[in-house]
Design a protein around this ligand. Structure first.
Ligand code: C2E
Ligand code: MG
Ligand code: MG
Ligand code: MG
Length: 276
Protein backbone atom coordinates (compact mmCIF):
# COMPACT_ATOMS: atom_id res chain seq x y z
CA UNK A 1 0.00 0.00 0.00
CA UNK A 2 2.71 2.43 1.14
CA UNK A 3 4.87 1.39 -1.78
CA UNK A 4 2.06 1.99 -4.23
CA UNK A 5 1.36 5.40 -2.73
CA UNK A 6 5.07 6.18 -2.94
CA UNK A 7 5.12 5.30 -6.59
CA UNK A 8 2.11 7.45 -7.26
CA UNK A 9 3.68 10.38 -5.47
CA UNK A 10 6.84 9.96 -7.52
CA UNK A 11 4.79 9.86 -10.68
CA UNK A 12 2.96 13.00 -9.70
CA UNK A 13 6.23 14.92 -9.76
CA UNK A 14 7.36 13.40 -13.03
CA UNK A 15 7.79 16.48 -15.27
CA UNK A 16 6.52 14.58 -18.32
CA UNK A 17 3.39 13.60 -16.43
CA UNK A 18 2.97 17.18 -15.25
CA UNK A 19 3.18 18.38 -18.83
CA UNK A 20 0.49 15.88 -19.84
CA UNK A 21 -1.79 16.99 -17.00
CA UNK A 22 -1.22 20.59 -17.99
CA UNK A 23 -2.00 19.87 -21.65
CA UNK A 24 -5.24 18.14 -20.69
CA UNK A 25 -6.33 20.99 -18.44
CA UNK A 26 -5.52 23.49 -21.18
CA UNK A 27 -7.41 21.49 -23.78
CA UNK A 28 -10.43 21.23 -21.50
CA UNK A 29 -10.48 24.97 -20.83
CA UNK A 30 -9.97 25.71 -24.53
CA UNK A 31 -12.94 23.47 -25.36
CA UNK A 32 -15.19 25.38 -22.97
CA UNK A 33 -14.10 28.69 -24.45
CA UNK A 34 -14.40 27.30 -27.98
CA UNK A 35 -17.98 26.25 -27.35
CA UNK A 36 -18.84 29.72 -26.05
CA UNK A 37 -17.08 31.46 -28.92
CA UNK A 38 -18.48 29.39 -31.76
CA UNK A 39 -15.26 27.62 -32.77
CA UNK A 40 -17.05 24.36 -33.53
CA UNK A 41 -18.57 23.55 -36.91
CA UNK A 42 -20.33 20.57 -38.43
CA UNK A 43 -18.93 19.18 -41.66
CA UNK A 44 -21.10 16.89 -43.75
CA UNK A 45 -20.01 13.74 -45.54
CA UNK A 46 -22.42 12.60 -48.25
CA UNK A 47 -24.00 9.14 -48.15
CA UNK A 48 -25.11 7.64 -51.42
CA UNK A 49 -27.34 4.76 -52.41
CA UNK A 50 -27.19 3.27 -55.90
CA UNK A 51 -28.36 6.48 -57.59
CA UNK A 52 -28.11 9.54 -55.46
CA UNK A 53 -27.05 11.32 -52.31
CA UNK A 54 -29.61 10.36 -49.70
CA UNK A 55 -28.13 12.15 -46.73
CA UNK A 56 -24.96 12.80 -44.83
CA UNK A 57 -23.06 12.16 -41.64
CA UNK A 58 -22.37 15.22 -39.49
CA UNK A 59 -18.75 15.24 -38.31
CA UNK A 60 -17.59 17.72 -35.73
CA UNK A 61 -14.73 20.12 -36.52
CA UNK A 62 -12.96 22.43 -34.09
CA UNK A 63 -11.18 25.49 -35.41
CA UNK A 64 -8.79 26.20 -32.56
CA UNK A 65 -7.53 29.81 -32.67
CA UNK A 66 -3.92 28.73 -32.01
CA UNK A 67 -3.83 25.04 -32.86
CA UNK A 68 -5.53 25.31 -36.26
CA UNK A 69 -8.02 22.53 -36.87
CA UNK A 70 -8.20 19.79 -34.19
CA UNK A 71 -9.51 16.32 -35.08
CA UNK A 72 -12.45 14.88 -33.11
CA UNK A 73 -10.31 11.84 -32.34
CA UNK A 74 -8.15 14.19 -30.25
CA UNK A 75 -10.87 15.95 -28.27
CA UNK A 76 -13.98 13.69 -28.14
CA UNK A 77 -12.38 11.21 -25.68
CA UNK A 78 -11.39 14.06 -23.33
CA UNK A 79 -14.82 15.64 -23.71
CA UNK A 80 -16.28 12.28 -22.67
CA UNK A 81 -14.04 12.07 -19.61
CA UNK A 82 -14.67 15.60 -18.41
CA UNK A 83 -18.40 15.62 -19.14
CA UNK A 84 -18.01 18.43 -21.63
CA UNK A 85 -19.50 16.05 -24.16
CA UNK A 86 -22.90 16.94 -22.69
CA UNK A 87 -22.99 20.62 -23.76
CA UNK A 88 -20.95 19.77 -26.86
CA UNK A 89 -23.33 16.96 -27.83
CA UNK A 90 -26.32 19.22 -27.32
CA UNK A 91 -24.70 21.83 -29.54
CA UNK A 92 -24.18 19.19 -32.26
CA UNK A 93 -27.82 18.08 -32.04
CA UNK A 94 -29.10 21.66 -32.26
CA UNK A 95 -26.80 22.48 -35.18
CA UNK A 96 -27.87 19.36 -37.10
CA UNK A 97 -31.58 19.98 -36.46
CA UNK A 98 -31.24 23.62 -37.54
CA UNK A 99 -29.63 22.42 -40.77
CA UNK A 100 -32.43 19.88 -41.34
CA UNK A 101 -35.10 22.55 -40.86
CA UNK A 102 -33.26 24.79 -43.31
CA UNK A 103 -33.03 22.03 -45.95
CA UNK A 104 -36.72 21.18 -45.49
CA UNK A 105 -37.55 24.59 -47.04
CA UNK A 106 -35.71 23.74 -50.26
CA UNK A 107 -36.98 21.03 -52.66
CA UNK A 108 -33.41 20.30 -53.71
CA UNK A 109 -32.43 19.30 -50.17
CA UNK A 110 -35.69 18.32 -48.45
CA UNK A 111 -35.06 14.58 -48.95
CA UNK A 112 -31.73 14.61 -47.08
CA UNK A 113 -31.22 13.01 -43.70
CA UNK A 114 -28.46 13.81 -41.21
CA UNK A 115 -26.70 11.18 -39.11
CA UNK A 116 -25.34 12.44 -35.79
CA UNK A 117 -22.73 10.57 -33.73
CA UNK A 118 -23.73 10.08 -30.11
CA UNK A 119 -21.17 9.22 -27.46
CA UNK A 120 -21.87 6.77 -24.61
CA UNK A 121 -21.91 9.30 -21.78
CA UNK A 122 -24.23 11.56 -23.75
CA UNK A 123 -26.65 8.77 -24.57
CA UNK A 124 -26.81 7.36 -21.03
CA UNK A 125 -27.33 10.69 -19.32
CA UNK A 126 -30.91 10.84 -17.94
CA UNK A 127 -31.99 13.84 -20.05
CA UNK A 128 -30.85 12.49 -23.42
CA UNK A 129 -34.27 11.83 -24.96
CA UNK A 130 -35.50 15.26 -23.87
CA UNK A 131 -32.41 16.92 -25.36
CA UNK A 132 -33.02 15.30 -28.73
CA UNK A 133 -36.71 16.21 -28.70
CA UNK A 134 -35.90 19.78 -27.61
CA UNK A 135 -33.36 20.15 -30.44
CA UNK A 136 -35.92 18.92 -32.98
CA UNK A 137 -38.73 21.08 -31.65
CA UNK A 138 -36.52 24.14 -31.18
CA UNK A 139 -35.45 24.01 -34.82
CA UNK A 140 -38.78 22.80 -36.19
CA UNK A 141 -37.05 19.80 -37.79
CA UNK A 142 -38.69 16.57 -38.95
CA UNK A 143 -37.61 13.75 -36.60
CA UNK A 144 -37.67 11.20 -39.40
CA UNK A 145 -34.74 13.00 -41.10
CA UNK A 146 -32.59 12.61 -38.01
CA UNK A 147 -30.55 9.49 -37.51
CA UNK A 148 -28.44 8.74 -34.46
CA UNK A 149 -25.23 6.72 -34.76
CA UNK A 150 -24.57 4.57 -31.73
CA UNK A 151 -21.60 2.30 -31.07
CA UNK A 152 -21.66 -1.27 -29.81
CA UNK A 153 -19.99 -0.42 -26.50
CA UNK A 154 -22.65 2.18 -25.79
CA UNK A 155 -25.48 -0.28 -26.40
CA UNK A 156 -24.12 -2.83 -23.97
CA UNK A 157 -23.40 -0.42 -21.11
CA UNK A 158 -26.99 -0.56 -19.93
CA UNK A 159 -29.10 -2.54 -22.34
CA UNK A 160 -32.45 -1.77 -20.68
CA UNK A 161 -31.75 1.99 -20.64
CA UNK A 162 -30.63 1.73 -24.26
CA UNK A 163 -33.76 -0.04 -25.46
CA UNK A 164 -36.08 2.27 -23.51
CA UNK A 165 -34.50 5.39 -25.00
CA UNK A 166 -34.36 4.00 -28.52
CA UNK A 167 -38.00 2.92 -28.42
CA UNK A 168 -39.03 6.33 -27.11
CA UNK A 169 -37.18 8.25 -29.83
CA UNK A 170 -38.26 5.84 -32.55
CA UNK A 171 -41.84 6.68 -31.56
CA UNK A 172 -41.13 10.19 -32.84
CA UNK A 173 -39.54 8.89 -36.04
CA UNK A 174 -35.85 9.18 -35.16
CA UNK A 175 -33.71 6.50 -36.85
CA UNK A 176 -30.77 4.53 -35.44
CA UNK A 177 -27.55 3.22 -36.99
CA UNK A 178 -25.01 0.95 -35.38
CA UNK A 179 -21.65 2.61 -36.15
CA UNK A 180 -18.31 0.79 -36.63
CA UNK A 181 -20.22 -2.47 -36.72
CA UNK A 182 -18.07 -5.56 -36.28
CA UNK A 183 -15.35 -3.89 -34.21
CA UNK A 184 -17.10 -4.19 -30.83
CA UNK A 185 -18.73 -6.90 -28.78
CA UNK A 186 -22.39 -6.85 -29.64
CA UNK A 187 -23.95 -10.27 -29.48
CA UNK A 188 -26.52 -11.36 -31.99
CA UNK A 189 -29.04 -11.79 -29.16
CA UNK A 190 -28.79 -8.06 -28.38
CA UNK A 191 -28.87 -7.09 -32.02
CA UNK A 192 -32.23 -8.81 -32.31
CA UNK A 193 -33.68 -6.88 -29.37
CA UNK A 194 -32.55 -3.42 -30.46
CA UNK A 195 -34.86 -1.31 -32.62
CA UNK A 196 -32.14 -0.43 -35.15
CA UNK A 197 -32.66 0.76 -38.72
CA UNK A 198 -29.18 0.40 -40.11
CA UNK A 199 -25.77 -1.25 -39.68
CA UNK A 200 -22.60 0.60 -40.70
CA UNK A 201 -19.79 -1.66 -41.91
CA UNK A 202 -16.64 -0.31 -40.28
CA UNK A 203 -14.00 1.11 -42.59
CA UNK A 204 -11.41 -1.36 -41.27
CA UNK A 205 -13.29 -4.12 -43.15
CA UNK A 206 -13.82 -2.01 -46.27
CA UNK A 207 -10.16 -1.05 -46.66
CA UNK A 208 -8.90 -4.48 -47.80
CA UNK A 209 -12.17 -5.93 -48.98
CA UNK A 210 -10.66 -6.75 -52.39
CA UNK A 211 -7.38 -8.26 -51.20
CA UNK A 212 -8.18 -9.89 -47.86
CA UNK A 213 -10.62 -12.83 -48.15
CA UNK A 214 -11.45 -12.52 -44.44
CA UNK A 215 -12.49 -8.90 -44.78
CA UNK A 216 -14.50 -9.76 -47.88
CA UNK A 217 -16.27 -12.53 -45.95
CA UNK A 218 -16.98 -10.22 -43.01
CA UNK A 219 -18.38 -7.49 -45.26
CA UNK A 220 -20.63 -9.98 -47.06
CA UNK A 221 -21.74 -11.49 -43.77
CA UNK A 222 -22.68 -8.09 -42.31
CA UNK A 223 -24.76 -7.28 -45.39
CA UNK A 224 -26.45 -10.68 -45.19
CA UNK A 225 -27.12 -10.28 -41.49
CA UNK A 226 -28.57 -6.80 -42.02
CA UNK A 227 -30.85 -7.99 -44.80
CA UNK A 228 -32.01 -10.97 -42.72
CA UNK A 229 -32.86 -8.69 -39.81
CA UNK A 230 -34.63 -6.18 -42.04
CA UNK A 231 -31.96 -3.51 -41.61
CA UNK A 232 -30.30 -1.28 -44.17
CA UNK A 233 -26.53 -1.62 -44.45
CA UNK A 234 -24.15 1.23 -45.24
CA UNK A 235 -20.39 0.99 -45.73
CA UNK A 236 -18.01 3.67 -44.48
CA UNK A 237 -14.53 4.51 -45.67
CA UNK A 238 -15.08 3.64 -49.34
CA UNK A 239 -12.08 5.05 -51.18
CA UNK A 240 -11.98 3.22 -54.51
CA UNK A 241 -14.42 2.42 -57.29
CA UNK A 242 -13.50 -1.26 -56.94
CA UNK A 243 -14.54 -1.26 -53.26
CA UNK A 244 -17.82 0.46 -54.14
CA UNK A 245 -18.53 -2.04 -56.92
CA UNK A 246 -17.81 -4.98 -54.60
CA UNK A 247 -20.23 -3.65 -52.00
CA UNK A 248 -22.94 -2.97 -54.57
CA UNK A 249 -22.49 -6.45 -56.04
CA UNK A 250 -23.08 -7.84 -52.55
CA UNK A 251 -26.24 -5.78 -52.06
CA UNK A 252 -24.94 -3.20 -49.60
CA UNK A 253 -27.58 -0.46 -49.66
CA UNK A 254 -25.45 2.66 -49.37
CA UNK A 255 -21.92 3.93 -48.86
CA UNK A 256 -19.84 6.92 -47.89
CA UNK A 257 -16.15 7.68 -48.26
CA UNK A 258 -13.45 9.70 -49.93
CA UNK A 259 -14.35 8.13 -53.29
CA UNK A 260 -17.37 10.43 -53.32
CA UNK A 261 -16.20 13.12 -50.93
CA UNK A 262 -14.47 14.02 -47.70
CA UNK A 263 -16.61 15.65 -45.01
CA UNK A 264 -17.39 19.16 -46.32
CA UNK A 265 -18.47 22.56 -45.00
CA UNK A 266 -22.20 22.96 -45.59
CA UNK A 267 -21.93 25.21 -48.67
CA UNK A 268 -19.64 22.75 -50.44
CA UNK A 269 -21.85 19.83 -49.45
CA UNK A 270 -24.88 21.63 -50.94
CA UNK A 271 -22.96 22.30 -54.15
CA UNK A 272 -22.17 18.59 -54.41
CA UNK A 273 -25.84 17.64 -53.95
CA UNK A 274 -26.87 20.21 -56.59
CA UNK A 275 -24.33 18.80 -59.03
CA UNK A 276 -26.06 15.41 -58.55
P1 C2E B 1 -16.97 7.72 -37.24
O1 C2E B 1 -18.31 8.11 -36.79
O2 C2E B 1 -16.72 6.27 -37.49
O3 C2E B 1 -16.69 8.58 -38.54
C1 C2E B 1 -15.96 8.14 -39.65
C2 C2E B 1 -14.60 8.77 -39.73
O4 C2E B 1 -13.96 8.31 -40.92
C3 C2E B 1 -14.60 10.29 -39.84
O5 C2E B 1 -13.43 10.77 -39.17
C4 C2E B 1 -14.48 10.51 -41.35
O6 C2E B 1 -13.95 11.78 -41.69
C5 C2E B 1 -13.56 9.39 -41.73
N1 C2E B 1 -13.71 8.99 -43.13
C6 C2E B 1 -14.77 9.16 -43.93
N2 C2E B 1 -14.56 8.62 -45.15
C7 C2E B 1 -13.32 8.09 -45.12
C8 C2E B 1 -12.53 7.37 -46.08
O7 C2E B 1 -12.93 7.12 -47.23
N3 C2E B 1 -11.30 6.95 -45.68
C9 C2E B 1 -10.83 7.20 -44.43
N4 C2E B 1 -9.61 6.75 -44.12
N5 C2E B 1 -11.55 7.86 -43.49
C10 C2E B 1 -12.79 8.30 -43.83
P2 C2E B 1 -13.49 12.06 -38.24
O8 C2E B 1 -14.37 13.11 -38.86
O9 C2E B 1 -12.08 12.41 -37.90
O10 C2E B 1 -14.22 11.52 -36.95
C11 C2E B 1 -13.64 10.54 -36.14
C12 C2E B 1 -14.60 10.02 -35.11
O11 C2E B 1 -14.92 11.05 -34.17
C13 C2E B 1 -15.94 9.56 -35.66
O12 C2E B 1 -15.83 8.24 -36.18
C14 C2E B 1 -16.82 9.65 -34.44
O13 C2E B 1 -16.67 8.49 -33.65
C15 C2E B 1 -16.22 10.83 -33.70
N6 C2E B 1 -17.07 12.03 -33.94
C16 C2E B 1 -17.06 12.89 -34.97
N7 C2E B 1 -17.99 13.86 -34.82
C17 C2E B 1 -18.64 13.57 -33.65
C18 C2E B 1 -19.72 14.19 -32.91
O14 C2E B 1 -20.33 15.18 -33.35
N8 C2E B 1 -20.07 13.61 -31.73
C19 C2E B 1 -19.45 12.49 -31.25
N9 C2E B 1 -19.86 11.99 -30.07
N10 C2E B 1 -18.45 11.89 -31.91
C20 C2E B 1 -18.05 12.42 -33.09
MG1 MG C 1 -20.20 7.76 -37.32
MG1 MG D 1 -18.11 4.94 -38.23
MG1 MG E 1 -15.34 3.88 -38.02
Amino acid sequence: QAKAAGRNTMRFYDPLMQAAVHRRATLELDMRIGLEQGQFELFYQPQKDRDRIIGCEALLRWHHPQGGFISPAAFIPLAEETGLILPLGEWVLRAACTQLACWAQDPEFAHLSIAVNVSPRQFHEPGFVDHVLAALAGAGADASRLELELTEGLLLQDIEDTIRKMVQLKGYGVGFSLDDFGTGYSSLAYLKRLPLDQLKIDQSFVRDVLTDPNDAAIARTIVGLGISLGLRVIAEGVETEAQRAFLERHHCHAWQGYLLSRPLPVAEFEALVRAG
